[in-house]
Design a protein around this ligand. Structure first.
Ligand SMILES: CC(C)(COP(=O)(O)OP(=O)(O)OC[C@H]1O[C@@H](n2cnc3c(N)ncnc32)[C@H](O)[C@@H]1OP(=O)(O)O)[C@@H](O)C(=O)NCCC(=O)NCCS
Length: 333
């Protein structure tokens, strides 16, 4: 039988601390007006000191497993997406495996930044369709707030990001082609690597960390916001079009679009370019900020739990981020 992948459970977890734009006004040179006008963000969640991506990912994973009526013992493989692992190595995949108390299964970390979740979902889909694994936990988790530059130099980025995690459980479909992942499309262009990146830790530098690292603040992420914006609004629609043509679908067939929540202006422009009504576009960045790889699974879980996404709907996911990378996935829900 032609095996297909179905998502059998979802979960999301954000740390309890809410940081509004007005809170940011008190610690940095910014305003609520600037942030709302440029990004649509009003608040985001920040993890406390001592809480990293692994801890958030663990909570989201527990909820996704519960939702899939599964136990950690049932999981055959873990794929974790993050650009903010607790440690440089090992990745958070094995740490979540240990935290859940899984068997000695494989655990893979994906480093595709804001596209991390769709990349991870695509890898899971290949393993399921090949018959290699029967229950894969895909988790995306990020704590960016502990390493943002709140000075004027880094304020363009600092106001955008929030912390959070989302997870899904992938299994072989039991009803053929219905309710399954129809396709995933992954793209990248490393020529843009420096447009949105963090220079240190850097294995090409000896020593990797030096006084210069601290003086020049090379350990903070940096971006050329305008170039990111221009490319994001081109690449996400391209990824969606690739998905539509591969499946013989049109944009009218799409019930719900979940774009990576990078910036609400980007999401609106993507909707406009695709000619999809904004009511069909999930936009929760106002409350979470940009949670990098976690933004899509957080929005997915929220859409299911609030009844926005219904059985039989055609769901389109798309993302764009550092790399550059961009991607899409189509799912018959
Ligand atoms: C970052 C971004 C919001 C900036 O918006 P923009 O419209 O390009 O910014 P503008 O050019 O209008 O404004 C820049 C000015 O605002 C200032 N500024 C930057 N961050 C600020 C902040 N947080 N608060 C107040 N002022 C800020 C700059 O210093 C600059 O001032 P200047 O004109 O006096 O030099 C926008 O480029 C963007 O969203 N890019 C994509 C970012 C993204 O999605 N990244 C993640 C990808 S996954």
């Amino acid at each position: 039988m032609n095996m297909k992948t179905v998502i059998t459970g979802t979960g999301r977890y954000v740390p309890p601390k809410v940081v509004t734009n007005f809170d940011l006004e008190k610690i940095m040179n910014t305003t609520d007006d600037w942030i709302v006008q440029r990004s649509g963000i009003r608040a985001r969640h920040y993890a406390e000191d001592g809480v990293g991506s692994m801890a958030l990912g663990l909570e989201a994973s527990r909820l996704a497993l519960e939702d899939a009526r599964s136990t950690p013992d049932d999981v055959d493989f873990i794929i974790a997406a993050t650009l903010s692992p607790d440690q440089y190595f090992p990745g958070i995949g094995v740490q979540i495996q240990a935290g859940l108390g899984c068997r000695t299964i494989g655990a893979l970390d994906i480093r595709a930044q804001c596209c991390g979740f769709i990349y991870a979902l695509s890898v899971a889909d290949q393993f399921i369709r090949a018959g290699t694994y029967r229950k894969i936990l895909v988790v995306a988790a990020e704590v960016q707030s502990h390493n943002l530059d709140y000075s004027d130099e880094g304020r363009d980025m600092a106001v955008l990001f929030g912390d959070g995690a989302g997870a899904v459980v992938c299994e072989p479909s039991t009803n053929g082609e219905g309710h399954s992942i129809l396709s995933t499309h992954l793209f990248g262009d490393g020529r843009f690597a420096k447009v949105l990146s963090m220079e240190t830790p850097n294995s090409a530098k000896n020593p990797s960390f030096s006084a210069e690292t601290f003086e020049k603040k090379l350990y903070y992420p940096r971006m050329d916001g305008k170039r990111v914006f221009i490319n994001a609004v081109e690449r996400m629609p391209e990824a969606v079009q690739a998905a539509l043509s591969a499946n013989g679908l049109t944009i009218e067939d799409v019930s719900l679009l979940i774009p990576h929540q990078a910036n609400d202006r980007i999401s609106l422009m993507v909707a406009q370019k695709l000619r999809i009504p904004v009511e069909k576009v999930v936009r929760n960045i106002e409350r979470y900020g940009n949670t990098t790889a976690a933004s899509i699974p957080i929005a997915l879980d929220e859409s299911i739990k609030t009844g926005l996404l219904k059985s039989g709907d055609l769901l389109m996911l798309t993302a764009f981020g550092s790399g550059f990378t961009w991607a899409s996935a189509v799912i018959r829900w």
